[in-house]
Design a protein around this ligand. Sequence first.
Ligand code: PLP
Length: 414
Amino acid sequence: MKLWRKLSREDIKKKIFNALNENVNYYEENILGIPASHLDDKVFYQSAPFLGDAPFMSTLIHNPNHIGCHTIGDTEHFFRGTQKIEKEVIRICAEDILNGKPNQHDGYVASGGTEANLQAIWIYRNYFKKEFGATADEICILCSEDSHYSMNKASDVLSVDLYHISVDPDDRRISEKSIVETIAKSKTAGKKYYIIVANMMTTMFGSVDDVDLYSDLMEKHSCIYKIHIDGAFGGFFYPFAAKDHQLDFSNPNVTSVTLDAHKMAQAPYGTGLFIIRKGFIQYANTKEASYVEGEDYTLIGSRSGANAVAVWMILMTNGPYGWKEKILILLNRSEWVCNQLKSQNIQFYRNTSSNIITIKSQYVSQEIAQKYGLVPDDHQNPMWYKIVIMDHVTIEKLMPLVEELEALNFSKIN
Ligand SMILES: Cc1ncc(COP(=O)(O)O)c(C=O)c1O
């Protein structure tokens, strides 16, 4: 680990308050031309004594706007202190978590996984248009049927067709046959450019796509393609749980990654991260954003700098080794649940490096699902229910569920 290290509470406080001091101070300076200010002080009390010990809350009150992308060119100088914190977050994720080379990535803290996925697809659509003269109907998105519905949103918003690849109903692996058939079908429909979104842990199953299978088949069938990794769920989990994998920047075929801090990193909502190799974010440059210093390369526009500060504080409080331990605990609990289910002959799916356990619906009653907040794949016609082992999902909380499943299924199975 090069940039990521565990810091003391004091050091974290110092760094964030120094960053805020580098930002504009609306009370003390004459800043007259921006449609921005501190939070309304009639509502959000600015001088509460605890704020001196609360860097995140203080950042919320200062209310920095991180509009634009801070890893490229000039950016709004009013908020340069906290923008540096955001740049550090992007570097830690790109280099220390996703194995990229130093200073080779652009990115920003997006509103969430949906935006980060849309940002990737937007960039590649424009890249194919600009560099290859492609028309929108020659470009398509390719992803597994277990992919998040943000791919359908991207397809709709960006007017590019979407093809779903089938997965094995039991092991959730993408099917080689389905990829080959989809390439043939899409070529017949006039597609020439492929935006592949491979999953680093799917929403419902925690399954992980074989990204090399996609790239091998793309090469074999002479397709022009770019690969984005959707690690919205898995980005802060899988790299610490899996020994070896191909879903990061060590793989030259991977160009960008989404990872959400507001899922496994327990950050406030609004902390999706979008990271891409240098040379690509330019395809999302809105030159008309001329009043923004450095223009804009993001989908979102204005966004709170407090989100970047929250992610930085979480990473630095835990440090890389603390993070690994956190993931190990969740893996142990997941293993415990799987052993219980196996001993009861209950069928489920789990990737061995994941904290999602998805049980076939015939083993779960509606009452149990409701009582324990188990989420179905489809509320109308559930085939599966998932357990997600988060920080609050302890073995003590899992035990009653396991006992109720045992009571329900004992007579069925034995
Ligand atoms: C794999 C995956 N991608 C994308 C998303 C979308 O993330 P968000 O809800 O933050 O927009 C999710 C959300 O669950 C997800 O699991």
